[in-house]
Design a protein around this ligand. Structure first.
Ligand code: SAH
Length: 390
């Protein structure tokens, strides 16, 4: 019994309301057990199910299975991960890279698995999950038959779990760069040292849409290795891709060459300055993409982040040619959907132009957003257009 966790009514209510996390303050009896899976009971000692247990974390318990008689063993992981992989079966015709496991949204709390062709990149983000590293990797080898598995465990949240931050090859070999084919476009992902697990898979569908809408003179701000620009270049006459990272731009160049694309100009610049200068020059664009990094990494940073988002959106709206299209995104979890729309409305008001919301966008199928788990959703994007000339 002492190896079980007991939670308060508030803690039990979290699971009843569809959220898998129970915080430290709601654990009334801490299990006398190392990180791993524990049985969780309510205040009346009634079993509620099995959870990952992270002794050092503020998020103490993460729901795995609400069946008290479940056995969290190798076969359990094989079934859970297999089901997640099967939900993505249709994606193979569109892309060679996709997210196989999106953590809590796939019932695998604190686990990320991205597939890049023959290779897999994983993130084990809690102490409880780390205890199952062996069975998880075995199951992934079985399900994906990969040539190699890399762990990009170099992320900050691991510190909150008392875990080391490191990038580690777990099986086979994983190359420095992997070619991804996404809806007719090829680009190089960088699993060892690129952002996230090597590429931004979460904007895939929005990139395709941007490509379909693009025309005339196009601008891709915060372009990273050019993934939006490569799609824009299919229909736009000329594309300017702006990023502050030299390494990302070098790969962007290589990516353009790989696709035989010659109508992209790459610019190393601060996007804020670029937009300001473009405005003062009186430049005009028919298509603009804004896909900035998360300006609000914490709730406390939200106010200054909002100013940043508003500034770039306002300038982009002013830069649009009549009838021009802006695809604008935010990946800050703390910037909620209503706040995002509010800031776009405020930028539109200041721009003095009539801006119309054409589409409100989110995450692709392989990054499911569960309504009762807000943390599973972070990308918001909108397509807005400027009034055309009379
Ligand atoms: N659109 C990309 C992802 C963009 S990630 C895709 O779909 O793949 C955000 C990018 O913004 C990173 O490449 C980072 O180098 C760049 N960045 C961050 N701050 C910047 C700034 N102030 N000006 C220009 N680029 C910036």
């Amino acid at each position: 019994m002492s190896a079980d966790a007991v939670v308060s009514r508030k803690g039990a209510h979290r699971w009843a309301s569809g959220h898998p996390w129970i915080y430290r303050s709601d654990v009334t009896h801490r299990p006398d057990a190392p990180a791993g899976a524990v049985l969780v009971r309510d205040a009346g000692r009634h079993p509620l199910g099995w959870a990952l247990w992270s002794p050092a974390s503020e998020i103490s318990l993460r729901l795995l299975d609400a069946r008290p008689d479940a056995a969290i063993d190798a076969a359990w992981w094989r079934r859970r991960l297999g089901a997640s992989a099967a939900r993505r079966a249709s994606l193979g015709t569109e892309t060679t890279a996709w997210r196989v496991v999106h953590g809590e949204a796939d019932g695998c709390p604190s686990l990320v698995v991205d597939r890049y062709g023959q290779w897999a990149v994983v993130q084990l983000l809690s102490a409880g999950l780390e205890a199952f590293r062996g069975p998880i990797i075995d199951a992934l080898r079985d399900i994906l038959a990969p040539a190699g598995i890399l762990a990009r465990n170099d992320v900050a949240v691991r510190s909150k779990e008392g875990l080391a931050r490191e990038t580690e090859l777990l099986f086979g070999d994983v190359p420095r760069e992997i070619e991804v084919r996404e809806h007719g476009v090829r680009y190089l992902a960088a699993p060892w040292d690129g952002q996230k697990t090597g590429a931004f898979l979460d904007q895939r569908e929005n990139r395709v849409l941007a490509g379909q809408l693009a025309r005339g003179r196009a601008l891709d701000c915060f372009s990273y290795h050019g993934s939006f620009a490569l799609h824009l270049a299919q229909r736009a006459e000329r594309v300017t891709a702006v990023d502050s990272s030299v390494a990302a731009l070098a790969r962007a160049h290589e990516n353009a060459t790989r696709n035989g694309i010659a109508n992209i100009d790459f610019m190393e610049a601060d996007a804020f300055e670029f937009l300001r200068d473009a405005e003062s020059r009186g430049d005009r664009y028919d298509t603009i993409v804004l896909d900035p990094p998360a300006f609000a990494k914490t709730r406390g940073a939200l106010a200054s982040a909002l100013r940043g988002y508003k500034e770039i959106n306002l300038r982009a709206m002013r830069l649009l040619a009549p009838g021009g299209i802006l695809l604008t995104a935010s990946c800050s979890f703390h910037l909620t959907k209503p706040l995002f729309l509010e800031l776009l409305a405020s930028a539109a008001a200041d721009s003095g132009r009539r801006m119309t919301l054409r589409r409100f966008l989110g995450q692709p199928l392989d990054h499911p957003e569960v309504l009762t788990i807000p943390e599973t959703g972070y990308i918001k994007a909108a397509v807005v257009d400027a009034e055309s000339a009379e």
